[in-house]
Design a binder for this molecule. Sequence first.
Ligand code: HEM
Length: 181
Amino acid sequence: MKGIVFTEFLEMVEETHSIDRVDSIIAEAAPPHGGAYTAVGTYPAQEMGALVGALARQSGTPAPELLRSFGTHIFGRFSTLYPGFFTGVTDTFDFLERIESVIHIEVLKLYPDAELPTVLAERTGPGRLRVTYRSPRCMADFAEGLIEGAAAHFGDDITIARSLPRGAAAPELVFSLARAE
Ligand code: HEM
């Protein structure tokens, strides 16, 4: 997993908790490099699981909830870091349709060793989008947070129903999105 995901996560923990909390979750997760993450580095995805698990234990907030709010947080950061992906896109559904065909492809050009999920978006009716998420890293809670971040960014009122309950670590899962018109 790319270092930018780790550095953004630790910055979020510093903002929403404290720098001491950053130190104590790194101490508990005990990554081999001592937690000196750099945005351009690449680290095993399990290290993110260990950091989120440590924060869950230390803060009492369930890990799925933490991953979801991290997804929403990082979406806001993506809109600052990668403004080009937002050019000409005016709503959440159009944006989500571009993840697989454009955005993650461009991400792979920037970071050839990025480990990206499959995110398929399909219109199922007026104001309805089905998003199929597939990844061996089973980060559906993070994906849900990213989708919520997109809805907040575009100002769309969207409800998300999942085919599996929150926290279910499955390699494939369907989000059914309904937009209030
Ligand atoms: C501007 C928008 C976006 C950018 C720039 C972006 C970029 C990235 C990057 C850099 C990674 C890390 C890859 C790695 O660590 O190796 C990632 C992972 C991921 N992306 Fe995106 N992404 C965007 C939007 C989205 C959205 C809207 C979704 C919603 C489904 C999504 C789903 C995911 C998930 C779930 C992962 C974690 C890895 C996995 O599940 O296998 N992304 N993305």
